[in-house]
Design a protein around this ligand. Structure first.
Ligand SMILES: Cc1ncc(COP(=O)(O)O)c(C=O)c1O
Length: 403
């Protein structure tokens, strides 16, 4: 059994904001004490810049920073810490990938296959970074239930022969879970490089990158109880070696003369500039803290909440559910018939229920399902049954008011 009270007690946010129901976890999660303490300790006691320092303080900071990489690599079961590249977040990692694969992997006329569920971070970098060589972007469509169409995916792989397949683990707009094992296996049969955007997936399922056998996996710390401004680009070593760095400068070089520069080895080759040291330490603290909880029990608990909210909302006249209750990582997106999503979100905000309304950085998804956007309720293991009851009542009251 998952102990929600014990989990929730780790987050000071709820003690400081007892009147709020926080259902905006897909945008960012709250931070447990372990993360705050690790960053406070680093800045207060252990702070120094990393790498090449002649003094012991720098060596100590370097050891903490590299231990963070080792911890994150262990959490995702990467083969080696050098397969973990720090990025500013999932967006930074996906930009590095789209830019970095041009030339070595992507040539003029090649195809990159993405899906209708993608966040803009997995659409726009492909459009802009590959424009110079003229790469085609193909898109896996949705079925009527707003889940990805596996048969259409298989057909696109055969027809378009994409060099790269890049897809989200979990849709941030709807919560729908991609069958990533099938997606990766099929892509590999067609010889495509696989990229998984784990921004929403890494908090839902324990991710083992070796078992998945994807080539790249990216995510942001702030959606996994860690700090903002840090994330990872995981890649198999041979794959990372193929990437052209997006940023150049200090840290990522071996030798510089005015005539010529040679680049450093992995992971540093892809980490130009002073890194986000405290962010890396905070991210590792978040994952080390999270490791004490059973992911399956957390997912089951979240599924229970999801079902409660989904069925509660379904019973309210005028509610149009866009998410399914099955294969869903913990998001209910809905609209009130004939109302703009913002109207419901504003009424919920007045009742201190924090949700997000709009197109959730996934405009093409909402174009595909012909909706102006949605009101998104995103759950976390610290959400309580009482909060869901309160939310259902608040949606019903808002629906009454707007009717
Ligand atoms: C599926 C998905 N991909 C990418 C991102 C971008 O993450 P970040 O803004 O942390 O870089 C998000 C954030 O909402 C997301 O949900």
């Amino acid at each position: 059994m998952f102990d929600v009270a014990a989990f929730r007690a780790e987050f000071a946010f709820f003690r400081h904001n007892p009147e709020w129901v926080y259902l905006d976890n897909a945008a960012s999660t709250q931070k447990p004490a372990a993360v705050l303490a690790s960053m406070q300790q680093f800045y207060a006691q252990d702070y120094s810049n990393v790498h090449r320092g002649a003094h012991a303080l720098s060596q100590r900071a370097t050891a903490l920073f590299e231990q963070a990489r080792t911890d994150v690599a262990a959490f995702f079961n990467a083969k080696s810490p050098a397969e973990i590249i720090w990025s500013a977040g999932a967006t930074g990692a996906l930009n590095q990938l789209a830019f970095g694969l041009v030339g070595s992997v992507l040539q003029s006329g090649d195809c990159v296959l993405i899906t209708t569920l993608e966040h803009h971070a997995n659409i726009v970098p492909w459009q802009f970074h590959t424009a110079s060589v003229g790469v085609e972007l193909a898109v896996v469509p949705l079925m009527a239930n707003h889940h990805l169409d596996l048969a259409a995916y298989a057909k696109l792989l055969a027809e378009k022969k994409p060099k790269v397949v890049s897809f989200t683990h979990v849709s941030n707009g709807l919560g729908h879970v991609t069958p990533i094992h099938d997606f990766i296996d099929l892509a590999k049969k067609h010889g495509a490089i696989t990229i998984v955007d784990g921004s929403q997936g890494a908090s839902y399922q324990a991710v083992d990158v070796q078992a998945l056998d994807c080539d790249f996996y990216v995510c942001s710390a702030h959606k996994l109880y860690g700090p903002t401004g840090i994330g990872i680009l995981y890649g198999k070593t041979a794959m990372l070696e193929q990437l052209r760095p997006l940023c150049y400068g200090g840290e990522m070089i071996k030798q510089v003369t005015f005539a010529k520069t040679t680049l450093n080895q992995l992971p540093y080759r892809l980490e130009a500039g002073t890194p986000n040291i405290a962010g890396a330490i905070g991210f590792a603290a978040a994952l080390n803290w999270l490791s004490q909880f059973d992911f399956t029990a957390m997912a089951q608990y979240k599924q229970h909440l999801l079902s409660q909210l989904w069925h509660g909302a379904k019973a309210i006249p005028g509610v149009q559910l866009l998410s399914t209750v099955e294969n869903n990582a913990g998001i209910v997106s809905l609209n009130l018939q004939n109302e703009h999503p913002s109207d419901l979100a504003v009424l919920l905000d007045q009742q201190k229920i924090a949700v997000r309304a709009g197109t959730h950085c996934a405009m093409p998804l909402f174009q595909a399902i012909q909706q102006p956007g949605a009101v998104r309720f995103s759950l976390a293991p610290y959400t309580t049954v009482a909060e869901i009851e309160q939310t259902i009542d608040a949606i019903a009251a808002a629906a009454d008011l707007l009717a």
